[in-house]
Design a protein. Structure first.
Lengths: 291, 291
């Protein structure tokens, strides 16, 4: 079976097709413009691809409630034209196939559980740390939606004792995203994160915030794997710092072999690398088709 | 159908029988002693009750993995005699019926979702705030276990600006339980919480910590209802303080009608009152029997 995948991001769209082994067979990418420009390009791409299902993992916030009149819309985004535009309904009109529809991070969590770092496990959390911070939640074999959907990038954490930065989140100031996403790194240090050397104190502070939110998520949810993706996590020196801080925060309280030792196989990069988002969308499509 | 329920607490056991409407028909209670004394009393109680299933909601930490050799044990408790005692296996030997087995707080969350404040919803969080703090997690129609089970009472929160108390958690010092459970109240103020007047500053500080952990849980999980039970929550003046602080922390970020206004119907006491634990164990038993 060949399914389609749409990774809908705030700056670019990636469309592709893939199979039940999670292999991406073809892909294209184009900038995110107004939906009246971007969605026709998505439709054009899939027109001759004979896909039997399509999965969409998208930026949000989105409406995930199938009985809502706004199901399949991005809701309150400042992104021009997308707020309450009928994103999913527009594609449904063109293709008579099952559609999967979820947040980009939930899609990535599912992809990692099916083919990636959490393969064979019935739970994982997928963090993306980039221009924003998002957390996909897969628990007991299901993607978590709840009232709206998880927004774990905005949790409050304690302040690093040496950090005086006020934070950049327009809603919460110094929440996790306000303190640890790419724009926070850049504003705090005056240069982009990629320009900071590996041993810069920025990374200790970055790890401090991420680790605290991860430790709290481990206590709240008891996930079987924590997967950290996104541009900032390309700084691979962060992984040992984060693992050390998570262990310090938990302080041996939760008794599980996976949480003892160095957490090396518990807190990991995406098994699907930078494909996690597109493969996750593929997995959403296949799941919608009952595969 | 009549099912049995065991609410196994650190200080007392409650056993009862009930029906599919969640009505408790009979109950007994006795102190928690060593398992060799307490479990025979449980067995004796159910001997002539003709129950078709038994549900157990218990203090922990516990082993919830059915393929583990320690499934059905309390694991690392300091409670004398209970650590790795074959709790569930001992009862299974006596009664050839389906058994439900989960944490006390997960049981209470399930009971509230079936018959209580979250009736008809597929997600809720159940907090108990008493001698400790525990959080039951019910998401997408399933009780969350994951790696071990949630331990949301031990999350880290920011410190109240006027609070100099060091905290009483032996693992984390000033985690949520260390700052806001009954023993923390008593140590901070020198008297039991029940002796503090309704307008004592203790309650603002108590609400501050609980609200922060609730706001973080709302962001992380997006539950459809937050239920607050346990002895400390008998101080009903806490509810408006907590709702106000949760709203302040979220600051309008999550867009849902349930989260606007005063959160009066979002953050609520148990619909089952102090029956939440026993009725929840009953629900576990009924669910184990496929009801």
């Amino acid at each position: 079976m060949i399914a389609g995948a749409v990774e809908a991001g705030g700056t670019k769209f990636v469309c592709g097709i893939g199979n039940e082994q999670g292999e991406i067979i073809d892909r294209v990418s184009f900038p995110t413009e107004r939906p009246e420009i971007t969605l026709p390009r998505v439709i054009e791409y899939f027109r001759d691809k004979k896909v039997e299902a399509i999965g969409i993992g998208t930026f949000g916030p989105i409406d995930l409630n199938p009985s809502s009149p706004h199901y399949g819309h991005v809701t309150t985004t400042p992104k021009e034209g997308w707020g309450h535009y009928p994103f999913l309904p527009t594609l449904r009109k063109e293709f008579d196939v099952p559609f999967g529809w979820d947040t980009d991070v939930n899609a990535a969590a599912l992809g990692e559980a099916v083919w990636g770092a959490a393969q064979g496990l019935d739970s994982c959390l997928y963090y993306t740390v980039g221009t924003g911070i998002g957390v996909g939640v897969y628990m007991e074999g299901r993607l978590v939606h709840g009232l709206v959907h998880p927004e774990g990038g905005h949790v409050l954490t304690r302040r690093h004792p040496e950090d005086r930065f006020e934070g950049v989140c327009p809603y919460h100031g110094d929440c996790l995203e306000g303190m640890a996403a790419g724009p926070a790194l850049e504003k705090r240090w005056g240069v982009e994160g990629t320009e900071l050397p590996e041993d810069h104190p920025a990374w200790e502070i970055e790890a401090f915030y991420l680790a605290q939110s991860i430790a709290n998520a481990v206590l709240t949810l008891s996930p079987k794997k924590i997967i950290l993706g996104g541009g900032v996590m390309h700084q691979s020196q962060l992984f040992p710092l984060i693992r050390r801080e998570v262990a310090r925060n938990l302080n041996g309280y939760v008794n599980a072999p996976e949480l003892s030792g160095g957490l090396d196989s518990f807190i990991v990069p995406p098994g699907l690398g930078d494909n996690a988002g597109l493969a996750g969308s593929l997995a959403l499509g296949l799941r919608a088709a009952g595969r």
